[in-house]
Design a protein around this ligand. Structure first.
Ligand code: SIN
Length: 540
């Protein structure tokens, strides 16, 4: 089966939905998502969206905070561009119906998070992403040109090189093969423009506050098709996720510290002043490392986030969702500190995208967390990600629309998916086992504190697992679990390869073998070129 569309958008978080809404008046949009439309990392975002929205603040200061948090690896031009586009991006969201929290005087309430020199974060209580997703889903669902494919997962991209079965100097994206999870059938979607808005890759690690869908699909399928990736070593660990046997890494927003919460050891000692002048509001990489170090030093299972000195009414009003969720686990945050540990939260690297969100494969765009645009550098400033998602979605939409009427070069026919001699697997346990092994290996050897020895150990394990998966992949019918396993393995390998090549410590990449920053040699992105085209009979 084959479907033809103008715009193929994979992913339904803030970036994918914004792009779809911006282009839908001009052409047909196929909107593909792995689960229900509102299952995305956006939906779980608590803190908010950072932008300059008060007279005391300035673009220069937002840019400076972004660059400092990013350990000077951000691209200053990209930072300026995103920061300056922020207020309009927020107004667009408001026009689509997003309701941000307001103060009693009806002005927008601006909160604060680590690394920000001003209050500049618009939020909807402590469930900002949910409100944004609600409004965008509502708008997209009403649009007659948007066709939604829920419970569909991208298998691989279709490129001109693949269609012609030969390597090309300049490759072009022609669409993607998509598996319908309801019947396990693969359809070829031919598209003028293909947009990867698939989010992050927190599930590559054992403990993450990402949703289950965050398996790095976009990075993996983009890289396999030949798109370059950058800065994969910079995986951000959120310092404070709830430590509870049944909580599945529930996030405790940084805004809680922004409103005065203090990190304490089990013995009550407030340790952050020992690590950074900004104390509990230091950039996230520093806070996560401090917690890791305190837990290891004292053999504790967690540290504690204490906001009990604030008025209970204030806590319940500002953080209703966090308050209720903690209470559900038997923790009343108005009366007792919350046990917290770090967990993976945000991938700062990804598919290299230019200022319009386009990759090195023509007509293939990467927007949102899947992309590495140059904004975040070595560590993302809190609440800059929703902003980046909207700004780059709009830019990608504008350039796509400007090219929509251009005459296309001769385009080879897209062949239907060929499952070869694959049969149904009778050993699904291998998939489950390998999933677990990769995630444990990444957590143990490629975590907050790294070393060459641990990274090499991780690489050996991942190589072995990859061989097993490749064999399995071509012999058995595709399932969603197998596709995701193949993707997390690819992404794990890209992370380790990048980490091994950076012989310094910067931002989120900290290694005991090279504990200092080395600007002379490493003040640049870590780039891994996209995979070379391989003819089908040699494909692994
Ligand atoms: C949070 O609420 O702490 C998350 C905000 C972010 O990661 O940008």
């Amino acid at each position: 089966m084959k479907i033809t569309t103008d715009f193929l958008v994979i992913g339904t978080g803030i970036a994918g939905l914004t792009y779809a809404l911006k282009v839908a008046d001009q052409g047909t949009v196929s909107l593909v998502t792995k689960r229900d439309i509102d299952v995305s990392a956006t939906q779980l975002a608590q803190g908010g969206i950072a932008t300059v929205f008060s007279a005391e603040d300035s673009f220069a200061e937002h840019a400076e905070d972004t660059i400092v948090a990013g350990a000077y690896l951000s691209d200053p031009e990209v930072v300026d561009l995103v920061v300056a586009a922020g207020p309009q991006a927020v107004r667009d969201l408001i026009d689509w119906g997003v309701q941000f929290s307001r103060k009693e005087d009806d002005q927008y309430d601006l909160t604060r998070e680590g690394g920000h020199s001003h209050r500049r974060i618009l939020h909807a209580k402590d469930a900002t992403g949910k409100e944004i997703e609600r409004a965008l889903v509502e708008a997209a669902s009403k649009h007659p040109n948007i066709t939604l494919y829920q419970h569909h997962i991208a298998v691989d991209l279709i490129t001109e090189a693949k269609a012609r079965q030969q390597p090309l100097e300049k490759n072009r994206c022609l669409g993607a093969y998509i598996l319908d999870k309801n019947n396990n059938e693969v359809t070829a979607f031919g598209a003028r423009f293909t947009v990867l808005a698939t989010g992050g890759a927190g599930k590559v690690y054992l403990y993450t506050c990402n949703p289950d869908i965050a398996t790095g699909d976009g990075v993996a399928i983009g890289w396999r098709a030949g798109a370059d990736v950058a800065n994969m070593e910079f995986m951000q660990f959120h310092p404070t996720t709830l430590y509870h046997p049944h909580a599945k890494s529930f996030l405790i927003s940084e805004a809680v510290r922004g409103e005065g919460a203090i990190l304490r050891r089990a013995d009550g000692y407030a340790f952050m002043p020992d690590y950074h002048p900004l104390e509990d509001l230091a950039p996230r990489d520093i806070v996560a490392r401090a917690i890791d170090s305190e837990m290891k030093k004292y053999g504790d299972d967690s540290v504690f986030l204490d906001i009990t000195h604030k008025d209970p009414a204030f806590i319940k009003d500002h953080f209703p969702m966090i308050y209720e969720t903690c209470l559900g686990f038997g923790i009343d945050m108005t009366r007792e500190p919350i046990p917290v540990v770090p967990a993976t939260h945000y991938l700062c690297g990804g598919l290299r995208a230019d200022k319009d969100g386009e990759t090195n494969i023509q007509n293939l765009f990467a927007i949102g967390e899947v992309a590495c645009t140059g904004l975040h550098g070595a560590n993302r400033l809190a609440s800059n990600s929703l902003l980046e998602g909207v700004v780059f979605a709009k830019r990608a939409a504008e350039i796509s629309l400007s090219r929509l009427d251009e005459e296309l070069p001769p385009t080879p026919a897209i062949v239907p998916w060929d499952c070869g001699n694959a049969t149904d697997s009778d050993e699904e346990v291998i998939v489950a086992h390998n999933w677990d092994e990769i995630r444990r290996c990444m957590w143990n050897y490629v975590g907050i504190v790294r070393s060459d020895k641990r990274l090499k150990r991780a690489m050996n394990r991942i190589d072995m697992i990859q061989k097993e998966i490749d064999e399995y992949y071509w012999n058995f019918h595709l399932t969603s679990d197998l596709i995701e396993l193949r993707n997390i393995t690819t992404v794990a390998k890209l992370i380790v390869q990048s980490a091994l090549s950076r012989h310094e410590s910067r931002g989120l990449h900290y290694t005991i073998d090279y504990p200092e920053k080395d600007d002379a040699q490493f003040l640049h992105d870590t780039i891994i070129p996209g995979a070379k085209y391989q003819p089908p009979d040699t494909q692994q």
